[in-house]
Design a protein around this ligand. Structure first.
Ligand SMILES: Nc1nc2c(ncn2[C@@H]2O[C@H](COP(=O)(O)OP(=O)(O)OP(=O)(O)O)[C@@H](O)[C@H]2O)c(=O)[nH]1
Ligand SMILES: [Mg+2]
Length: 333
């Protein structure tokens, strides 16, 4: 597949789509080409605000992204949406349904909407999502929205590749604390209590309950106060407030001029550096794990050692030492 890098940099959407397909491909020959492509686009990445939009199924994430994305475009921004592949989400929705939900945005010349295959992991973040973000940045998109269903690991993954984490939440009067897993409060930078057009009183109640819950919460971004907004993805209420919060957040992170990359040494720059280091360690762990279990020495010893552990004739620590020595020997030869 021939990828024309200057065309991507000039904003050619068909070439961008083709490049993403190649990046997401699992064919070994594509992987080599993908790495070369990433090397070339890397200097052109980073000039954007990367926003994770998370929330339970049906909270209104897609509707929100449609309205909010359109608003960003009206403000002169170029918006790329990397959306969950609904076929793999627990709601079992359909891609078609989601496309119609974001139809105005998808049709806009300043927007790029891409449902990404989740590659076996729930929630739409796959092992290539980070690199897809770089590609859309290189193509000139300066607001990146990553939609993930709020399920376990995908939330953590999404937080590890974005700057600002927005939780879209339903106004479940009374059970805010049960409704939201504690972990998500720990990674959110802002909470949007959605559907306030249906019942304004309960949305406002939710907001104040959340605010008191957050009082005892240490924000993931030190020195940042997690904002709670009551609004509506349908009517657009609360979106101006959200824009103001994001802009305040960027200031807080030392990222006022978003036509450039975050300045070296700014909080946002440091966060992105830490994300890359974390990612490298994840890759190391992945790679080691895979080569450990693929090692012929390990494979031949494993069943017998498992037996011995089960019948109590061998300690787990001793089994580990034997296996690890055998692995190292196998790796050397
Ligand atoms: N009244 C009202 N309805 C809304 C609002 N936002 C979303 N909805 C409706 O809620 C339903 C779910 O919205 P989606 O945007 O698909 O929610 P989602 O979080 O993307 O759902 P999944 O992708 O399935 O996880 C749809 O029927 C929307 O029309 C809102 O602000 N007000
Ligand atoms: Mg959705």
């Amino acid at each position: 597949m021939k990828i024309d890098v200057p065309a991507i940099l000039a904003g050619d959407r068909r070439m961008l789509a083709r490049a993403i397909t190649m990046i997401e491909s699992t064919r070994p020959e594509d992987e080599t080409e993908a790495d070369a492509l990433l090397q070339q686009v890397l200097p052109h990445t980073g000039r954007s605000v990367r926003i994770a939009v998370s929330g339970s199924p049906g909270a209104g994430k897609s509707t929100f992204i449609e309205t909010f994305g359109t608003k960003l475009i009206q403000g002169g921004r170029k918006v790329a949406v990397l959306a969950v592949d609904p076929t793999s989400s627990i709601t079992g929705g359909s891609i078609l349904g989601d496309k119609t939900r974001m139809s105005a945005l998808a049709a806009h010349s300043s927007a790029f909407v891409r449902p990404s295959p989740s590659g076996g992991s729930l929630g739409g973040v796959n092992r290539r999502t980070r690199e897809v973000i770089w590609l859309v940045e290189a193509a000139g998109f300066d607001r990146i929205i990553l939609e993930t269903v709020g399920v376990g690991q995908s939330e953590i993954d999404a937080a590890g590749m974005t700057d600002f984490y927005l939780l879209v939440q339903l106004p479940n009067a009374g059970d805010e604390l049960q409704g939201i897993k504690k972990g998500i409060l720990e990674i959110a930078d802002c909470i949007f209590v959605n559907k306030s057009d249906l019942d304004r009183a309960s949305a406002l109640r939710s907001r104040s309950e959340l605010e008191s819950a957050l009082h005892y919460q240490r924000p993931r971004t030190s020195g940042w106060h997690i904002e709670v907004i009551a609004g509506s993805a349908l009517s657009g209420e609360g979106l101006d407030d959200l824009l103001a919060v994001i802009s305040k957040f960027c200031e807080h992170q030392g990222y006022s001029n978003q036509d450039e990359k975050p300045p070296t040494g700014s909080l946002l720059h440091l966060r992105r550096c830490a994300q890359l280091t974390d990612w490298m360690h994840d890759r190391i762990k992945d790679g080691l794990l895979r080569s450990f279990y693929a090692n012929p020495n390990v494979q031949s010893m494993l069943p017998e050692l498992e037996n011995q552990i089960s019948n109590g004739s061998l300690l787990v620590t001793d089994a580990f030492k034997k296996l690890f020595d055998a692995f190292l020997q196998g790796a050397r030869s």
